[in-house]
Design a protein around this ligand. Structure first.
Ligand code: GLC
Length: 639
């Protein structure tokens, strides 16, 4: 069903080979696979030229690199946008928003972002505020910033037709709207009633729109959420004869519809980049076309609070990852309808392993904050959100990869194993790698045991440290408090201690977890910068490869001018057995070994509405070592 976004790109797997086809034609397109009993596939479009790229390379990674070389890659997101994001349709008034933020801090559930959905506006008119609900938006945003929260506001394209409303007047005067062939602006109905729609394929409109965002940015808003930008209208489709500027060349809706949302996101991105000077904005869009990754993150739109949609969302994120869109998420808890406690809990655990993590739900649905479903769900939510914050050094480095080679954050197993039929099996198709080394096996909220396919290689159960041979299926316990997770042997996973939000002072060491048993090429590209500005484009970053072999971990000398925020490194050895405690050296010096308990999450001891009968978490006793985080190379050896 055609909904929000269009990516006329696919990866074919055929005769032991892989290839990519990108048809750069924004008209409505059709792709038909396996036609005539698998004799051929075809693609077509309603108009335009047959302009397509054939990409051949040795593997899916290489094809993604080529495709994103062509269509562009994302720039680094602000670190705060990788923290937990709380949204709903809609939080108001002022005091309600403050209270929600306060509860996160009181309950020590980490969070970085609060959203304002359409009710913040005066009768849904963009660039305005409802003065009763929000008498002083600037004060609100300052108060939230003081607590470490960033504010994202929704900004839809429809401009209300209302004489005297400055954006309507200006748009008309400067001829910035989509038009009928007779030159009259096109009208459609959306939230504010009858509206005109800015023509984002016209550079002047993009400039005007981008500059108009100043009204938000000047009071401290840092994120722009572009919704309804297909564009969506009530009760009708935009007629095909509606005219667009198309960068001065002219086009009709038939050609321009599929790029409208992306051009809106582009305008928001370019405007915020200009206005926020050197600080990174966060742009979120619902509609997109191939290449939108240059401007915006995307969410999967209005899903339903059901297990079916939880699982479908996982597949969507895997698929979006194959279209160059690395910065993606689904509405946790489901937009339409009410989640059950178990479904909410499961969704939070899966959401903790998505590129960004946002809970969102429909007006008049039940409350959907991490504490809204009772104590057990609250504890599960805290556990997994905290774990996400511990994992941020790994996640941020993974985003860096996306900026360099277009590799997604959610990686279907088909990327590394395109010819392994098991990864396409209906039972295993939901599994994915979160970054390089963490295998996530999502399951419905009702499923207490999940069958998992471990691809060839060796894998550690993340909770118990148990080593499993890959290339086969295993059973994993999966009560809602325990999302099945496995780590690749040879993995290097940098973590940190828990923080309440991403700007809280870093106190502990960089905790580097290494997992024994990889091959000679096991390594991780560690990347760090200020997480906030574009200074990294001028060399302000701290980047080094960390190589793991059987008896050695080698941190290459750091590249870039930035100084790491972590003074020390704490190594955690998984799967290693040390016979003699003093055989570990760091740059030739003996290093003391200690041991510590690694527990993924706190146990959920339940007086228990979900019927979780036990502490589902293993705790592993591991050898650890601490040493200074030198910029020069660091060689740690053991035997
Ligand atoms: C659309 C969006 C949804 C939003 C709502 C109100 O349905 O997809 O996320 O909450 O509009 O703005």
């Amino acid at each position: 069903m055609p909904l929000y976004a269009t990516f006329p790109f696919y990866i074919g797997i055929h005769g032991g080979l892989v290839y990519g086809i990108f048809m750069d034609n924004p008209h409505r397109s059709r792709f038909n696979f396996g036609a005539s009993n698998n004799r051929f596939s075809y693609f077509s479009a309603d108009g335009g030229t047959l302009n397509y790229y054939f990409i051949h390379d040795s593997g899916v990674r290489e094809i993604l690199a080529a495709y994103t070389h062509l269509t562009g890659r994302m720039s680094l997101p602000p670190l705060w946008s990788l923290g937990y994001q709380q949204c709903r349709y809609s939080y108001y008034p002022h005091q309600k928003v403050i209270n929600i933020a306060r509860i996160f801090r009181e309950k020590e559930i980490p969070a970085d972002v609060i959203y304002l959905d359409i009710h913040y506006m005066d009768r849904y008119k963009v660039f305005t505020w409802d003065e009763e609900r929000f008498p002083s938006p600037e004060k609100l945003i300052t108060a939230l910033r003081d607590e470490g929260f960033h504010v994202v506001v929704i900004v839809d394209p429809g401009i209300k037709i209302e004489p005297g409303y400055p954006y309507y007047e200006e748009g008309k005067e400067k001829d910035l709207f989509l038009k009928y062939p007779d030159g009259e602006p096109y009208s459609g109905q959306v939230w504010p009633g009858w509206c005109h729609f800015p023509d984002f394929t016209r550079p002047e409109t993009r400039d005007w729109w981008g500059s108009s965002l100043e009204t938000y940015l000047s009071i401290g808003v840092e994120g722009i959420w572009n919704d309804m930008n297909e564009p969506a209208t009530w009760g009708q489709q935009v007629p095909n004869l509606v005219e667009f500027d198309w960068e001065g060349h002219g086009a009709t809706h038939q050609k321009a519809r599929n790029v409208y949302g992306m051009q809106m996101a582009r305008s928001s991105y370019e405007g915020t980049r200009r206005l926020m000077k050197n600080r990174r904005p966060f742009i979120l869009t619902r509609s997109a076309y191939a290449g939108a990754q240059r401007y915006s993150a995307i969410w999967t739109g209005d899903n339903v609070a059901s297990d079916e949609h939880l699982m479908a969302g996982v597949l969507l994120l895997s698929n979006l990852g194959l279209t160059g869109m690395a910065f993606t998420a689904c509405d946790i808890s489901g937009f339409w309808g009410d989640s059950s406690p178990a479904l909410f809990a499961r969704w939070i655990t899966v959401g903790a392993f998505s590129p960004f993590m946002r809970t969102h739900s429909m007006v008049e649905s039940r409350d959907a904050e991490p504490w809204s479903y009772g104590e057990t769900v609250e504890e599960i939510s805290r556990n997994y959100i905290q774990f996400r914050y511990r994992l941020l050094p790994y996640l941020y480095s993974t985003f860096y990869e996306a900026t360099q080679n277009g590799m997604p954050v959610v990686r279907t197993l088909a990327i590394d194993h395109p010819h392994d039929p098991q990864v396409y099996d209906k039972r295993y198709q939901y599994q994915y790698l979160f970054g390089d080394s963490i295998l996530v096996a999502p399951a419905e909220s009702t499923k207490e045991i999940t069958k998992v396919y471990l691809p060839p290689g060796r894998w550690y159960d993340f909770y118990t440290g148990r080593l499993e041979e890959g290339g086969r299926e295993v059973y994993a316990e999966s009560p809602v408090a325990r999302l099945p997770l496995f780590v690749r042997a040879g993995a290097v996973i940098p973590m940190q201690t828990v923080r309440n939000h991403t700007e809280e002072q870093i106190t502990g060491p960089l905790q580097v977890h290494v997992y024994a048993g990889g091959d000679a090429s096991s390594s991780f590209l560690y990347y760090e910068d200020d997480g906030e500005t574009f200074d990294y484009e001028q060399g302000q970053f701290f980047r080094r490869r960390i190589r793991l072999t059987d008896h050695e971990l080698f941190f290459e000398a750091a590249e870039g001018d930035y100084f790491s925020a972590y003074e020390e490194i704490q190594l955690w050895f998984h799967g290693y057995c040390f016979h003699e405690k003093d055989r570990v050296t760091m740059n030739g010096e003996k290093t003391a070994l200690a041991s510590a308990t690694f527990r993924l999450c706190a146990p959920v001891f339940a007086a228990d509405p979900l019927g979780i009968p036990y502490d589902p978490y293993g705790a592993v006793e591991l050898p650890t070592a601490v040493f200074p985080n030198l910029r020069d190379s660091i060689r740690v050896t053991w035997d």
